[in-house]
Design a protein around this ligand. Structure first.
Ligand code: S3P
Length: 436
């Protein structure tokens, strides 16, 4: 990565005004690529996420024998040539998921039921993230899957074989684990039933249903019958990523002179916790032109300068905004009062330990944050002061710190900021477009 991309200097602009575009939703893009690879026939996916994580998914699927053709002149449009139920082939080398847990966990579900050997690795962050939660349910289905050490970290070794369905109660809400079990269940013998303690994002359920899988679900239960015919490929235009839009929602709400529009943003209710939290904090935020794309809801979002107040964030909203908590912490620094975030212990096992890294880096900017085992207390109403901060190679932390820099006095220098390209390669350009 070029030196320029690694170090970013942010100066607070006088105004933040205009329309920004956000990349296609990362979670939906992974699923569109994987499920259509398993379908019979070709499909066109447009507006898919250009981030490095989805490229990891494409690279792994290519290594497993799937063909992709880029659409001329459109870097985010792709033809996927599905291989059907039995078309995946053994990779000639180790599969590398890079920084992407979604790639590793979803594809492990698929590979556990394919008759060949797969070895999966990832970068240093992914190799320290918990895989026991993936291995346990897959083993209950009969899978032969091994991780490293007692905690079963990646690299993972998978000797694919016939599996049977399972009835499984997830110990923590996780869309990745739920999806891995469902993908294995599609090709297993007998039905699969999953119970979740809280509702996590449901993009897998929505897309599998659309592609012909026999799947029934409500907020906490899913029942799946194995495929009798291959999935039907579907053309798809991926909605904008609300987790990327969230940076502008918070920037717009906390900057004193801001008015921002984000068009075509996904507003799936399992993902809109950030909107609900900002509204509860008093943000001037509007959702307009709601419609469906495929079976995913999308809308245009508008936000302007607001006076925020502290709230408590806990319970069922947590999985609906888990990836936005470092960013919400930025909003909470500016809001009047003490924001309490609890029951969010999952943050400790994301791309970085986001409780620790968020508290540490925002404190460098003058924030007053107390860490707890499963969250933090942010004493708000403080003026942030520019300083040198680190991304810890965590894309969401890099961009959250940049948003903090937009309202901090003086200049903020972010080390290893280039990591934003994991989910939002154009983030810095979009920020420049808005700042006046
Ligand atoms: C994701 C699910 C969530 C989320 C992650 C993406 C997905 O993780 O934090 O960024 O695409 O399924 P968990 O499955 O660990 O909750």
């Amino acid at each position: 990565m070029a030196e320029k991309a690694r170090l970013k200097k942010i100066l607070p602009p006088k105004e933040l005004v205009g329309e920004v575009s956000v990349p296609g939703d990362k979670s939906i893009s992974h699923r569109a690529l994987i499920f259509n690879s398993l379908a019979l026939g070709s499909s066109k996916i447009s507006n898919f996420s250009p981030g490095r994580d989805c490229l990891s998914t494409i690279n792994c699927l290519r290594a497993l024998g799937v063909r992709f053709t880029r659409q001329e002149g459109k870097p985010t449009a792709m033809l996927v040539h599905g291989v059907g139920n039995t078309g995946l082939t053994e990779a000639k080398n180790i599969l590398n998921a890079g920084n992407s847990a979604t790639t590793m966990r979803l594809l492990s579900g698929v590979l556990a039921v394919k008759p060949f050997l797969s070895i999966f690795t990832g970068d240093i962050s992914l190799r320290s993230r918990p895989m026991k939660r993936l291995i346990e349910p897959l083993r209950l289905m009969g899978a032969e899957i091994y991780g490293r050490g007692e905690d079963s970290f990646a690299p993972l070794v998978i000797r694919g074989k016939r599996l049977h369905g399972v009835t499984y109660s997830l110990p923590v809400p996780s869309a990745q684990i739920k999806s891995a079990i469902l993908l294995a269940g599609l090709f297993a013998d007998g039905s699969t039933a999953i119970e979740e303690p809280q509702h996590s994002r449901d993009h897998t359920e929505r897309l599998l249903k659309r592609m012909g899988a026999k799947l029934e679900s409500d907020n906490s239960h899913i029942f799946l019958t194995p495929l009798t015919a291959p999935l039907t490929s579907v053309d798809l235009c991926v909605p904008g990523d609300i987790s990327s839009a969230a940076y502008w929602l918070v920037a717009g709400a906390i900057h004193p002179n801001a008015k921002i529009k984000i068009a075509n943003c996904g507003v799936n209710p399992t993902r809109t916790g950030i909107i609900d939290a900002l509204l509860a904090m008093g943000a001037k935020l509007k959702i307009e032109n709601q419609r469906l794309e495929g079976n995913e809801p999308l809308a245009d979002l508008y936000v302007e300068s607001s006076r925020l107040k502290a709230i408590e964030i806990s319970g069922d909203i947590i999985p609906r905004l888990i990836d936005e908590i470092p960013l919400l912490a930025v909003a909470a620094c500016v809001a009047q009062g003490d924001t309490l975030i609890k029951e969010a212990g999952e943050l400790r096992v994301k791309e970085s330990d986001r409780i620790k890294t968020t508290a540490r880096e925002l404190s460098r900017l003058g924030a007053n944050i107390e860490e707890s085992s499963d969250g933090m207390i942010i004493h708000g109403g403080r003026l942030l002061l520019g300083a040198e901060v680190r991304s810890h190679f965590d894309h969401r932390l890099a961009m959250s710190l940049a948003v903090a820099g937009l309202v901090a006095k003086g200049s903020t220098l972010i080390h290893n900021a280039g990591v934003a390209e994991i989910s939002y390669p154009d983030f810095w350009e979009e920020m420049e477009k808005l700042a006046r």
